[in-house]
Design a protein around this ligand. Structure first.
Ligand SMILES: Nc1nc2c(ncn2[C@@H]2O[C@H](COP(=O)(O)OP(=O)(O)OP(=O)(O)O)[C@@H](O)[C@H]2O)c(=O)[nH]1
Ligand SMILES: [Mg+2]
Length: 455
């Protein structure tokens, strides 16, 4: 079965203990303190691996821990740092805390997320020596590594979603174009859970998702389809299956419009996805009815493929077109993703003071002191876990003017948010490198360009 949820526990490594030791030599009985500090514990990272498609690995292994740091030793030897642990997840994995708060949305290949930082190593007694305290007989224990329970959720990253009424022939199509063996039967709602199949065409392969049939009001929860619409949210192409042999429930075009209305009501973006139409069960249909449906839908601008899946009639042409369209869409997707790779540069900004201290969930931050040379603007920063949301009329107006695919336009945006103190406000709110910032539809990871973390 396809697994798309998993709960795991992670534990970053403990820091090694600091050491208490004094230098001893034959003629120097009271040498100075020379206990080294402990090494840092390893961190827990999540890394997106494009070769993975499911969360099934997490069904069997639920506990993940990074290595502990080693203790410090005599002669000022610092303990070795613990190895960090990298947990590989498929693209599309969302990581939530135990409370359900979204911590990371991992959808770009190679994207990394620091889930838990290893404990710091304890200081050795050597580091406590001062002019007045020359022989400190104590050292610091290592800091414990963070332990967390995390919920992983994978929105099925299918390239193509099959949609249509129950019994339209979706599972039958998937069974003949892939190695997937979905249940097929002559009654509606045969498919109860989404099924994935990998379709190979020449050198390329893509993933097709078969979801339970949709019915009227599926977008608001009717039938079984609703829960599964989210599985096709991120597909790049929809294939809409229309049974032309069965005229009992209205004309094929009426059914076609009904499904499209449901898609639109669920998510406008979904209804704007490119859509190919497959007319199914043409072996049972009136040829004139088929011809008429083809004509009508073609006139409306759709590409229509009459098929009979059990005999493979028309299937090759449909699959070829799916592959062809996906290749075209790929280019657009790359451009869309490039937009996400935003790096805010905070160099040279004087950090103002926020009205409150560190970021807490739901807390709103306002700068009381604006950075030097910056211009006042109306915006607020809301902190939710590791997510920082910028809201307010000024940022909305700014976003509306920016074309994120254009480098100059994007630079202008970077300058604006710096000049107006947004970067300073984020810092004052406690943002850390790699945290997520959202503003309107824009989502990006925060990385200041000076990397001076005090560790
Ligand atoms: N004659 C004929 N029967 C077909 C064709 N395609 C599918 N069928 C039959 O139609 C019935 C329903 O097919 P499924 O593939 O299970 O339909 P589905 O769209 O997956 O249905 P749900 O899972 O309920 O949404 C099955 O009995 C299939 O054998 C076709 O091209 N010709
Ligand atoms: Mg089915």
């Amino acid at each position: 079965m396809f697994v798309d949820r998993a709960t795991i526990s992670v534990k970053a490594g403990d820091g090694g203990n600091g050491c208490v030791s004094f230098y001893r030599a034959k003629y120097l009985p009271n040498g100075g303190p020379d206990g080294g500090s402990g090494g840092a514990g390893g961190d827990i990272w999540f890394i997106v691996d494009n070769n993975l498609r499911t969360l099934s690995d997490f069904r069997y292994k639920r506990k993940y821990s990074a290595e502990n740091g080693s203790d410090g030793a005599k002669a000022n030897q610092t303990g070795a740092s613990g190895q960090s642990l990298e947990i590989r997840v498929p693209p599309g994995t969302m990581i939530r805390g135990e409370d359900g708060v979204l911590l990371a949305d991992l959808n770009r290949v190679g994207q990394r997320f620091l889930a838990a930082r290893g404990g710091r190593g304890g200081r050795g007694n050597r580091t406590y020596a001062t002019a007045t305290r020359q022989a400190p007989g104590f050292a610091q224990p290592g800091e414990k590594g963070t332990r967390l329970n995390l919920k992983l959720e994978l929105k099925l990253l299918a390239d193509v979603g099959l949609v249509g009424l129950p019994n339209a022939g979706k599972s039958t199509l998937l069974s003949v174009i892939s190695a997937a063996r979905p249940k097929i039967a002559d009654y509606p709602f045969t498919t109860l859970t989404p099924q994935l199949g990998i379709v190979t065409v020449g050198q390329t392969a893509f993933v097709v998702a078969d979801i339970p049939g949709l019915i009227e009001n599926a977008s608001v929860g009717a039938g079984l389809g609703h829960d599964f619409l989210r599985h096709i949210e991120r597909t790049r192409l929809l294939v809409h299956l229309l049974d032309v042999s069965d005229m009992t429930d209205g004309s094929p075009e009426d059914n076609f419009d009904l499904i499209n209305r449901e898609l639109e009501r669920y998510d406008v973006n979904l209804s704007m996805r490119p859509q190919l139409v497959a007319l199914t069960k043409i072996d049972l249909a009136e040829p004139t009815a088929v011809a008429e449906t083809i004509l009508n839908l073609t006139e409306r601008g759709y590409e229509v493929f009459p098929i009979c899946a059990p005999t493979l009639t028309g299937v090759a042409a449909l699959v070829e077109r799916m592959a062809g369209l996906l290749a075209e869409i790929e280019v657009d997707l790359a451009a869309a993703l490039a937009r996400d790779r935003v790096v805010i540069d905070s160099s040279g900004v004087t950090i103002g003071r926020s009205t409150a201290g560190q970021g807490r969930p739901g807390q709103i931050h306002r700068l009381t002191t604006l950075p030097e040379g910056s211009v006042a603007a109306d915006f607020e920063i809301e902190v939710n876990g590791d997510e920082y949301e910028i809201t307010g009329s000024w940022i909305e107006e700014l976003l509306a003017r920016i074309n994120f695919r254009d480098t100059d336009s994007f630079r202008f945006f970077q300058r604006q948010i710096k000049q107006h103190g947004v970067v300073a406000a984020l810092e004052a709110a406690g943002i850390k490198p790699g945290n997520t910032v959202s503003a309107g539809d824009l989502l990006f990871d925060y990385y200041p360009d000076d990397d001076s973390r005090d560790e």
